[in-house]
Design a protein around this ligand. Sequence first.
Ligand SMILES: *[C@@H]1O[C@H](CO)[C@@H](O)[C@H](O)[C@H]1NC(C)=O
Ligand SMILES: *[C@@H]1O[C@H](CO)[C@@H](O)[C@H](O)[C@H]1NC(C)=O
Ligand SMILES: *[C@@H]1O[C@H](CO)[C@@H](O)[C@H](O)[C@H]1NC(C)=O
Ligand SMILES: *[C@@H]1O[C@H](CO)[C@@H](O)[C@H](O)[C@H]1NC(C)=O
Ligand SMILES: *[C@@H]1O[C@H](CO)[C@@H](O)[C@H](O)[C@H]1NC(C)=O
Ligand SMILES: *[C@@H]1O[C@H](CO)[C@@H](O)[C@H](O)[C@H]1NC(C)=O
Ligand SMILES: *[C@@H]1O[C@H](CO)[C@@H](O)[C@H](O)[C@H]1NC(C)=O
Ligand SMILES: *[C@@H]1O[C@H](CO)[C@@H](O)[C@H](O)[C@H]1NC(C)=O
Ligand SMILES: [Zn+2]
Length: 741
Amino acid sequence: MSRILSSVVVLSALTYACQRDWDTFTHRKHQHQDATISKLHKRAKVEYPPSLTETESILLNSFDNTSISDWSYYYTHGDHLGSHNKTMAEWTAQKWRDAGFESHLVEIPIWVTYPEHSSLTLLRSDGSRHDVNLNEDVLEEDETSSYPNRIPAFHAMSGSGDVEGECVYVGFVQFHSQKDRGHGCANRHRRGTQADFKVLQDAGIELKGKIAMANYGGIYRGTKVKNAQGHGMAGCIIFTDPLDDGEITEENGYVAYPNGPARNPSSIQRGSVRFSSIYSGDPTTVGWASSVDSPRGDVSQYNPSIPSIPISMKDALPFLEALQGHGVTAKEANRSGWTGGFRNITYDSGPAPGVHVHLNHSMRGSIEPVWDVIGVINGTSSAEVVIVGNHRDAWVIGGAADPNSGSAILIELAGAFGKLLKKGWKPRRTIVLGSWDAEEFGLQGSTEWVEANLPWLTSTAVAYLNLDIGVSGPRTAFSGSGEIQMFVVEQMKKILFPEGWGEFPTLYDMWYNVSEGEILPLGSGSDYASFYQNGIGCIDIGSDGGKTDPIYHYHSNYDSYAWMARFGDPGFKLHATIGQWLSLILYHIADDVLIPWDLPHAAAVLKQYLSELKDTVAESDFPDLDISPIEYAIKEFEKQAEHISTVASQASAFNDTVLVDVVNSKYRDFSRGFASAGGLPGRETFKNVISAPGIDNGYGADVFPPVTDSLSKRDEKEAVKWVGKSAGAVLRAAEVLRVGG
Ligand SMILES: *[C@@H]1O[C@H](CO)[C@@H](O)[C@H](O)[C@H]1NC(C)=O
Ligand SMILES: *[C@@H]1O[C@H](CO)[C@@H](O)[C@H](O)[C@H]1NC(C)=O
Ligand SMILES: *[C@@H]1O[C@H](CO)[C@@H](O)[C@H](O)[C@H]1NC(C)=O
Ligand SMILES: *[C@@H]1O[C@H](CO)[C@@H](O)[C@H](O)[C@H]1NC(C)=O
Ligand SMILES: *[C@@H]1O[C@H](CO)[C@@H](O)[C@H](O)[C@H]1NC(C)=O
Ligand SMILES: *[C@@H]1O[C@H](CO)[C@@H](O)[C@H](O)[C@H]1NC(C)=O
Ligand SMILES: *[C@@H]1O[C@H](CO)[C@@H](O)[C@H](O)[C@H]1NC(C)=O
Ligand SMILES: *[C@@H]1O[C@H](CO)[C@@H](O)[C@H](O)[C@H]1NC(C)=O
Ligand SMILES: [Zn+2]
């Protein structure tokens, strides 16, 4: 216990330093927390200006900021919440077709939820009331903020209920670290206790039947609701706190959107509250593809049963004021992140006598069609396929960053490859583009497509490349599988970084500045999840804002074209840059004679994860757990990786096409070994023994997750079993790599 407490002090300093990373940039921020540092990339000297092949130049030169802006404009001016907009899917298919991709729609019936009625009212002791606005303010400067069909703020997969009761502020509702090795923004929140609740319970505050008031940040929103529900609370309100915004706040003198870079106080973060660390996709068909006549299961184990609702900073203030002076004070709570960013609020827990909250929220669940768009260029060989995907559905009319910065980039990318096609080019490997629907509810469009096409993907997929928030600011973001990392980093060196964002001549320079060479493992924050969990190598790329960049109104009605054009990426040059990067990655994977993997680097990444696991074991209740089987398996993997890498160089040096084909098929297949057939304990659709979302935080990735999970559950027997199974998985991958006798 004392160890837990002592780490909290150290953590609190880090918490503030890294606050911005946590909450504003969800898709990527997951990876800024709770993840392994893999400092395997030393700063390299970059050739400037970069030299390019003729084909590379054609691809890069075909990215035009003005046409990207046009595509962005189209995507951001109509309701396209999951299942709402077939026209937009058809438009996307036509654009890809125009570029030369064979394109079609795939209609999938999935379970969706939508609010029928929501209201939230604060009832004060003096009889006065405050009715919360579940829509952002209409701004003259932001045309889509006034659309009559704009989407109210809600939590997908929330429970329903008409509940009234006292309100308790519960902080981040966060699990706290038992360890902190001082690695800055990563590695902060490993397993631990629900310490925020414990503080309240220790102070004798009854939680049962009360309504939780939690701030966004730290952990995935659905886990907050899950934790509140687990403590018998009747409902959950999650608010945006100014602490999320680091330096860029009105209190620090920055003007709020639309006239400045600070957060508009009425902005609300929508989002799904499904239990994301235990399943992806349609919760009525977990583990199989949704179709018109597929069997459908009960969703209750996968989603919260209590009602929850997101609210704005502006509407949170009266609640916090009403609790002021009651319950546990922030000082008594003594918890990192407990005191938020409202300077005159003391963040007391309440409950306050006579102060009630009335949350009346009814969600309707139904099966509705959603539309993935699939575009294909056949390769000369159909045995190897590379897939590039981005979701199309957005929480709001706009979605200029999430996800349609990515969607606009994909159209421009299709056009770039169209230029090559017109010159008679045909890739060696088949290229598949995916525009996924219904990602925001829980990765439905991509997961169901993967489930429906699994045998084909398992036998042909070389890699899946994901782009979600292509641009919400200038800071390059990248995470992904070990074998792909070096090659993806190399492509950054060929791309000039646009001016106006500091002294960064190439994309590589910007990336290195942001990451210091750190590449994090994959969790479950976007559509790569089901590919990766089935043993397909993946990357996830894009760019975010940093501490001093304009506030990105994540999942808010102000994630709009107007915001993007004025603050996020004026001139749409960052969009072009990310698109150029992705086009080189795709081009080389699809067309290089030898698939450009670096297997020795994959081994180095595994070794890094192993050292992380060693630390986890050392600090667990079972420090003597023998993980040498995994260590041995990684040694074996390393040996085969070195060997195949030598064979690969020779095969290409001697133009030995038979051997090149052998190597390529092994590069394509080896990572399937990482997928454990029966799935990870308690979550059978998560299969990758190398990394998976942390059970407790739902965003960040744990390495060797089944071992880690067993340790958290204090189940030594299961930990031993999963050391064996994880070692077996690494050995399977090593065995696939083995060339010759
Ligand atoms: C807050 O907690 C830390 C360690 O967890 C402890 O050292 C410190 O005394 C506590 N402060 C107060 C005011 O209780
Ligand atoms: C679908 O999106 C397009 C483009 O944004 C928009 O023009 C159209 O009105 C939307 N359709 C619906 C049904 O909202
Ligand atoms: C809750 O909302 C429903 C409408 O969905 C309404 O019929 C009901 O009266 C409301 N409950 C209260 C207590 O206001
Ligand atoms: C706190 O400050 C806000 C403005 O930032 C003001 O509206 C509010 O009344 C203040 N609350 C208290 C309790 O002083
Ligand atoms: C691409 O390959 C598929 C499957 O082999 C085939 O059905 C399709 O007609 C091909 N498309 C073109 C344009 O050759
Ligand atoms: C990143 O860039 C900033 C501003 O140019 C500079 O102060 C900082 O030292 C750089 N950091 C790294 C790790 O290169
Ligand atoms: C594209 O870039 C050019 C040159 O910098 C600029 O003049 C133009 O306004 C940009 N287009 C858009 C739509 O921002
Ligand atoms: C390699 O071999 C293939 C077919 O065997 C041939 O078409 C190609 O030109 C050769 N490439 C080189 C660099 O020798
Ligand atoms: Zn997204």
